[in-house]
Design a protein around this ligand. Structure first.
Ligand code: ADP
Ligand code: ZN
Length: 360
């Protein structure tokens, strides 16, 4: 078992990475406040694969779960679904001290977190992430959200969980494509914060992430430590937290241009890291050889690094300009000098276009 404390301005909470599901000596008392009653929110796929085991374990530690199930996939992150869940909680007589437990990937975590933050102006919340992406990234940091027809994650809150309970065993049933997505984010932490993560990421077999025994647990733990360090220093996304955008400035643009079809978030981030590193090299910020190193690691893991056919440099720059996190005139990038060292750099769109054209 590995434990990391995430410290935010207002509260601290543990992220526990287990080799066994829910093995605790004691539970935080906020979770037992309503006689152990709790609401579990999950999706149909995870319910089918893991719910009976999970419910049994919850009962064994003194919790009495009521389960609410949503359809899997990003389309569930909408206002209708959010209101349905809130109404179901009323029907279940959930009170201010009834915790919400999110059992699932990023979709379940974002949606359940938002509902937990709004229901009766906020109830206790626990994240139980079941995808590698959620385990190393979205379950930590307190971001919640749903999509609007106008764009992704346009409505959301910061709502920190009481705890994050990560069990590596969930990964046994996760398709390789989704393991790769998570590994792409692991590489991101390696480049922006902790080079030790790089070697460990490429040791994992996406088809069988548990094959190397404790390796995956160690890897998740190191990523959690990196993310905890970053969000602990910058709780609301204004400074250092932007290091986490490495690969994401272009990544988000690529996903949006592709209409969120045919390319996963992790794949778009992989290509984003490659091209952002090319930018950093041509500005003389990155040591030469950075991009080659990134490509080699992505190739080992079976992740893409070339720009998808049909996406031109003009489309890419336009996509960056539309990014909702943009504030000023320039486009802000998190660029890596060398593994473990990151800087924020504002680049003028016309200059960016010029550099991208020269890269070809
Ligand atoms: P993320 O945003 O973390 O990638 P999602 O919530 O979009 O995750 O989940 C992606 C898909 O994977 C969904 O269809 C979900 O039901 C499924 N899923 C989540 N966890 C597991 C798991 N441990 N095993 C198999 N499928 C899973
Ligand atoms: Zn990401």
């Amino acid at each position: 078992m590995k434990r990391t404390i995430v410290r935010t301005g207002t509260k601290s909470y543990p992220v526990i990475v287990h080799e066994a599901l829910l093995e605790f000596d004691s539970l935080p008392e906020q979770l037992l406040g309503d006689d152990g009653r709790c609401i579990v929110i999950t999706d149909e796929n995870i319910a089918e694969l893991h719910l009976s085991h999970f419910e049994k374990k919850l009962r064994s530690i003194g919790l009495k779960p009521k389960v609410l199930t949503i359809a899997p996939g990003e389309t569930s992150k909408n206002s209708r679904q959010m209101l349905n869940l809130a109404q179901e909680m009323v029907w279940q007589e959930a009170r201010r001290n009834t915790p919400v437990i999110a059992l699932g990937g990023g979709v379940v975590g974002d949606l359940a977190g938002l509902v937990a933050s709004l229901y009766l102006r906020g109830v206790p919340f626990v994240q139980v992430p079941t995808t590698l992406l959620a385990q190393v990234d979205s379950s930590i940091g307190g971001k919640t959200g749903i999509d609007l027809p106008e764009g992704k994650n346009l409505l959301g809150t910061f709502w920190h969980p009481e705890a994050v309970w990560t069990w590596v065993g969930f990964l046994k049933t996760l398709p390789a494509k989704q393991v790769r997505e998570g590994l792409s984010e692991c590489l991101k932490y390696g480049y922006i914060m902790d080079p030790a993560i790089l070697e460990r990421s490429t040791l994992i077999d996406p088809k069988n992430p548990l094959a190397e025994g404790n390796e995956i647990m160690e890897l998740i733990h190191l990523c959690v430590e990196s993310k905890a360090r970053i969000v602990g220093q910058d709780v609301t996304d204004k400074g250092k937290r932007q290091f986490l955008y490495f690969g994401h400035r272009f990544g988000h643009a690529i996903e949006a241009i592709a209409g969120y079809k045919g390319i996963t978030h992790g794949e778009a981030v992989a290509i984003g890291m490659t091209y952002e590193s090319l930018i950093a090299e041509s500005l003389g910020i990155a040591t030469t050889g950075m991009t080659a190193d990134i490509k080699e690691r992505l190739r080992t893991l079976g992740l893409p690094y070339a720009m998808p056919r049909g996406i031109t440099v003009e489309m890419l720059v336009e996509g960056c300009k539309r990014d909702k996190k943009r504030t000023g005139e320039g486009i802000r990038f998190a660029l890596v000098r060398q593994p473990g060292q990151c800087v924020l750099e504002e680049i003028d769109p016309s200059k960016l276009l010029k550099i991208l054209r020269s890269i070809g």
